[in-house]
Design a protein around this ligand. Structure first.
Ligand SMILES: *Cc1c(COP(=O)(O)O)cnc(C)c1O
Length: 427
């Protein structure tokens, strides 16, 4: 790169990549290999002892994955990153690095449904307790902290309602208690919002969504902000105490502002094994090159669709932070001035039956459980993802019987609206 301070779109195309030193290949090759030959026995020993960085085995590190990691770290403004098999794997490795059985962490109540399950059920089996706070009330996090609390977790732009969170206010609460703030930035992507600039310490992503962007590859990533002092409180022994498996190395001492990413790799990923395949890393890397173009188009299309729906007589309400009279509009302008994202919900006057009929009547929209595809997607949560809940629980989760969730794609605006219009006309 020629400039000292490359812009976001330049980083999206170039960060971490260079022509392949062996073949001259310009696109990052898919290093489809399980393992890497050592130069000699001393080289092998230095790699295993963490005295030297290098490739050993693709579960731990791989050159295609490394380019992806460097690129996302650059886009988020972090010091280092670790790419893994999925967003859920990223979350598991973050908490594995900070939690011990009997510890707890505080999470915003409004999260992606899969995260609510992972935190509330799977993590319980490890003896990790989640405590739920109200993301609209930063002090509700403070009231849940005790001596076994290890971290605070929020989404920057919360799924499925598309509401922005006051990241700086929650970061203040976390730091007042000596805790790291972990932000899931999946729905916004670093193009719209960079949580590390607002006080977050760690960022995680489901790369499966907007970063990959084409609905074809699973992946996740952990970005280390490099700012949190893991040694101050003695609460994070994996980072601040000698590691028996690495001849007594203290990770925070040895690796400084990349220690968290290193710990997730050499302790978490090495032992728990949720590695991303080189092929998926390549697909996601290719997707990231067009992230700025796609994300702006997603936002522009979503705003146009939200405005159009708001004027339709079969629509009861539209919940999109980009609308000027939306209660979330002030936070959106402050944290994400380029747009309010692609995902939002709206309500049909006809309730449950109208919701089902509407989804079935769409032709171009795909009815499925994903977001962040180039294609426009729709789901009726009450008859699918949230059908096991009571109506009361559905309403509390923002998934009442009348709620439809859209993830607006990058097709022509007029075609997206035409599809919605023909289906609304039928109900
Ligand atoms: C999809 C998603 C996840 C989980 O990611 P996977 O790649 O599906 O494991 C986590 N957080 C958010 C906000 C998501 O949308």
């Amino acid at each position: 790169m020629t400039t000292q301070n490359p812009g976001f779109a330049t980083l999206a195309v170039h960060a971490g990549a260079q022509p392949d030193p062996t073949t001259g290949a310009r696109a990052t090759p898919i290093y489809q290999t399980t393992s890497f030959v050592f130069n000699d026995a001393d080289h092998a020993a230095a790699l295993f002892g963490l005295q030297q960085f290098g490739n050993i085995y693709t579960r731990i590190m791989n050159p295609t994955q490394a380019v992806l990691e460097e690129r996302v770290a650059a886009l988020e403004g972090g010091t280092a990153a670790l790419a893994v098999a999925s967003g859920h794997a990223a979350q598991m490795l973050v908490f594995h690095t900070i939690m011990k059985p009997g510890d707890n962490f505080i999470a915003a109540r409004k999260l992606y449904g899969g995260s609510i399950n992972q935190f509330g059920h799977a993590f319980k089996n490890f003896g990790w307790e989640v405590r739920w706070a109200d993301p609209a009330d930063p002090e509700s996090f403070a009231s849940l902290v005790d001596e076994r609390t290890k971290g605070v977790f929020i989404e920057s732009l919360a799924n499925p309602g598309g509401t922005f969170v006051d990241i700086a206010a929650i970061a203040d609460v976390a730091h007042r208690h000596g805790l790291p703030l972990i932000v899931d930035n999946t729905m916004a992507s670093p193009y719209l919002l960079r949580p590390l600039e607002h006080g977050a310490d760690l960022v995680i992503h489901s790369l499966t969504k907007f970063l990959g962007g084409h609905g074809n590859s699973m992946g996740g990533i952990i970005v280390d902000g490099g700012t949190f002092d893991w040694s101050a409180s003695g609460k994070y022994p994996m980072l601040s105490e000698p590691r028996p498996e690495y001849a007594g190395v203290v990770l925070h001492q040895t690796f400084g502002n990349i220690a968290f990413a290193i710990a997730c790799r050499v302790l978490g990923l090495r032992d728990l094994g949720a590695a991303i395949s080189p092929f998926n890393a390549f697909m996601i890397l290719t997707g990231i090159e067009t992230l700025p173009l796609r994300m702006q188009r997603h936002c522009d299309n979503a705003l146009a669709v939200a405005k159009w729906l708001k004027g339709h007589d079969k629509v009861a309400w539209v919940n999109y932070a980009g609308l000027e009279d939306d209660p979330n509009n002030t936070l959106q302008r402050r944290y994400s001035p380029k747009g309010a994202g692609a995902v939002f919900t709206f309500g049909l006057k006809g309730g449950y039956d109208a919701g089902k009929a509407f989804v079935e009547g769409l032709q171009m929209f795909s009815h499925l459980a994903n977001i962040g595809d180039t294609r426009s997607l729709v789901i009726h949560p009450a008859s699918t993802t949230h059908r096991q809940l009571s109506e009361e629980q559905q309403v509390a989760a923002g998934a009442g019987p009348d709620v439809v969730r859209l993830s607006i794609g990058i097709e022509d605006q007029s075609d997206i609206i035409a599809d919605l219009e023909q289906s609304l006309a039928k109900i």
